[in-house]
Design a protein around this ligand. Sequence first.
Ligand SMILES: Cc1ncc(COP(=O)(O)O)c(C=O)c1O
Length: 308
Amino acid sequence: MVAIQAQKKIWLDGGLVDWEAATTHVLSHGLHYAYAVFEGIRCHRTPEGTAVFRLREHLERFLASATIYRMKVGYDLEALVRAVVELVHANGDPEAYIRPIAFSGYGEMGLDPTHSKVRVAIGLWPWGAYLGDVGNHHGIRATVSSWTRPDSRALPLQAKGSANYANSALAKMEASAAGYDEAILLNSAGMVAEGPGENIFRVKHGIISTPPASSGILRGITRDTVLELARESGIELNRVDFTREELFTADELFFTGTAAGVTPIREVDGRPVGNGEHPVTKRIQDLYEDAIRGRLPQHRGWLTFTGG
Ligand SMILES: Cc1ncc(COP(=O)(O)O)c(C=O)c1O
């Protein structure tokens, strides 16, 4: 967990406001029924200045999440890109985690939010490696959760909807209470799905695999980045379902996510992963760092410079 450090500005409903002024009423509809969609994005210091990583893809997913929930955001992709750039510039920190959210505001109660006013906010704050710097280097300890990922017939999993994160929070709390760093969730078919806020990868005999989108995961932008970087470096990869036992027999396992970056998993439910080395994960981790920090000229298009 991270204590949010107050910054200067928040973008709220069309413009920048002071941090303290970005408030909402306790009877806001979205707070009660989780009628909200959000994103997690990062900006980084690069040799050419502050750059937001894969901003358009994140905002496209944000708008797609809203579409799935029949939510009218009221700002198109270009307006949201401008809003994020303006916000990063105004706060001045080149290394930040950026959180856009759209939610049904104050005015009406009851389950049907069709006539509720949608509010849109974008905030940012400094947030180091989500699973810790030590975990990032040496790997984290994970446990298979007793909570399963919801079925996409119950909740749309391709939408980054706040409602899904009650399931994530239950899994995370269970893992923490049992002394683990993170949970791994199975899907309703019993196959490995993802972490509460990360996608998962398995390495066996030098081949990397990750569950397909159809396994009930959020189609992570870091997952996509890693698949692209692995493909370019000639690492064999596939998108296949795997079982809980295959976690125990992997040579390497790692999580990917905007918050977590690329984080090795060194133990699952008391079983060490492989021989404790993670050369493939390290290679992917280094490539990912190069990508977000502007050291891969062929992927300059993944960066949106904010003029800072
Ligand atoms: C459930 C879940 N899976 C996977 C991810 C990784 O997605 P991304 O790499 O786009 O941050 C996230 C984070 O947004 C998530 O919440």
